[in-house]
Ligand binder design. Structure first.
Ligand code: DQA
Length: 153
């Protein structure tokens, strides 16, 4: 990554993740979204990666951010939350942007209700991480930093 500008990774978060810390802490943990953002920024600094961090409860806003990544980002870490299981549109937006995508879930969705076992994002993602709590974001950033670094060697 030495001879180019720092890669930019956008970390996108879907509905209800703004409630982390108080929302079902036995499933999602005690950390707030602000804690997770701070962790992503620390990891990004250590890896030499610029981080843009967003959360929205609105599907169209998430889609608009994905469209923006086409011009402004080198990779995406996304926790689409419940839209994972419902949104063909978010899957299509990610497919259209042609950037490496990491899908992250705090909980292990495969140990939960059957409706959480299907994802419209996994088929587009290079890497899927679930059940590692907020560390999943860190692992996703490390994966993308290595991928983007290798691509420039
Ligand atoms: C989640 C899992 C989804 O099934 C759920 O709708 C969420 C959060 C997770 O991070 O574990 O809101 O994406």
């Amino acid at each position: 990554m030495s001879n180019r500008t720092r890669p930019s990774v956008w970390v996108l978060n879907g509905p209800n993740l703004n409630l982390l810390g108080t929302r079902e802490p036995t499933i999602y943990g005690a950390e707030t979204l602000a804690d997770i953002e701070a962790k992503c920024r620390r990891v990004g600094d250590a890896l030499g990666v610029d981080i843009r961090f967003h959360q929205s409860n609105a599907e169209h806003q998430i889609i608009d951010w994905i469209h923006q990544t086409r011009a402004e980002a080198h990779g995406i870490v996304i926790n689409p939350a419940a839209y994972t299981h419902t949104s063909v549109a978010i899957g299509d937006a990610l497919r259209a942007c042609d950037l490496p995508v990491v899908e992250v879930h705090l909980s292990n969705v495969h140990q939960r209700e059957a409706f959480r076992h299907h994802s419209y994002v996994s088929a587009v993602a290079r890497c899927v991480i679930c059940g590692a709590g907020s560390d999943g974001y860190e692992y996703g950033l490390r994966y993308l930093a290595k991928l983007l670094g290798d691509a420039t060697e």
